[in-house]
Design a protein around this ligand. Structure first.
Ligand SMILES: [Zn+2]
Ligand SMILES: [Zn+2]
Length: 339
């Protein structure tokens, strides 16, 4: 393990533990500094004990670098690896075992903290056959959402990356996608020709979450009925302990999802865990499709699907209604054929 690999692992483990505080930021910063510092200077400073003279390297990060250089490992990394495993219940395990991909995740192209390449490597590491890259659409400026031009550029990048994966012994594919904002009037924040071109479209509400029930129901109905929308992202928009779930006629929205072949996402982010159990039960009763997604904004967060699997198990989601248990080809056939 090189110093950079050790720092990468620390950041990954802190991400999966949902540790976004001072410590995590310090390691992200230290990783940047280590990346920019020539390898021989790093070694020299480790030997001389002067790593902390570099701006952005403190005692804890210096120790990881020094240990990695000395014996290719780090006691801190070993400890973190053990402490930050994402737990899963025995009931959730068959769900996790059935998942072959992840349909909702972000990269540095929007508000994610890791590059497409880093997210890809992590998705391969967790055993996926594919991932759908769903960066934000342009309207979400706070998340550096992608406009038409940038999305087109991203599609070119994905084409190239996928050519490289085709020669791997275990195949992997990045499917094209976007987490498209549902505008206030229920229209979507992307042109039809691009929506048509993407493999998987996740549509989510990110604004005016406190609209009244009639307005929110209308807005969501319109979106899930779009022939381009494949998955309804984090349907209530709740942030546990911070923001209450938005209010809409769930039975009507879920019935429309069934009619239009739009899956209801089971969002695995610890602060979302959306839909709440009561709504999840109603979506099952309606006969919905589901997608258990990480909504990862960092590599370690790709390991969060167990949270969604546990919730699916608790409510008894039929495994054969979960779209990301399909192969990439079958998933694309499903998104193209769904009404
Ligand atoms: Zn979202
Ligand atoms: Zn998202």
């Amino acid at each position: 393990m090189t110093p950079l690999e050790a720092l990468d692992r620390v950041v990954h483990c802190l991400d999966r533990a949902h540790e976004g505080g001072f410590k995590a930021k310090a390691f992200v910063r230290a990783r940047e500094v280590a990346r920019e510092t020539p390898a021989d200077e790093l070694e020299e400073r480790a030997r001389a004990g002067t790593l902390t003279a570099l701006d952005g390297i403190g005692p804890a990060t210096a120790r990881v670098i020094t240990e990695a250089l000395a014996d290719g490992t780090s006691s801190y990394v070993t400890k973190l690896e053990a402490e930050t495993q994402v737990p899963i219940s025995p009931e959730g395990e068959p769900y996790r075992a059935a998942l072959r991909g992840d349909c909702h995740l972000h990269s540095t192209w929007s508000d994610g903290g890791a590059t497409i390449e880093a997210m890809t490597n992590a998705a391969i590491e967790v055993g996926h056959e594919y991932m759908v890259l769903t960066d934000h659409s342009a309207r979400l400026t706070i998340a550096h959402g992608l406009d038409r031009e940038r999305l087109l550029r991203q599609l070119d990048v994905l084409d190239e990356l996928n050519v490289g994966f085709a020669s791997r012994s275990t195949p992997f594919r990045i499917l094209t996608g976007m987490e498209v904002d549902i505008n206030e009037d229920g229209t979507l924040d992307l042109d039809d020709d691009l929506l048509e071109r993407l493999d998987v479209v996740v549509a989510s509400v990110h604004s005016k979450l406190r609209s009244d029930r009639i307005a929110m129901t209308h807005r969501m109905l319109q979106a899930v009925r779009s022939p381009h929308v494949d998955i309804l992202g984090h349907c209530t928009g709740r942030l546990i302990g911070k923001r209450p779930p938005s209010v809409f006629d769930a039975d009507r929205v879920f019935a429309a999802c069934v009619e239009s072949g739009t899956a209801v996402e089971i969002n695995s982010r610890p602060e979302r865990l959306d839909p709440p159990f009561e709504l999840l039960e109603r979506a099952i009763a309606a006969g919905c499709w589901f997608s258990i997604d990480s909504d990862a904004h960092a590599t370690g967060q790709l390991e969060w699907q167990p949270h969604g699997c546990d919730r699916a198990a608790t409510c008894g989601v039929p495994i054969d209604r979960i779209v990301n248990t399909m192969s990439a080809d079958d998933l694309i056939t499903w998104t193209r054929s769904a009404a």
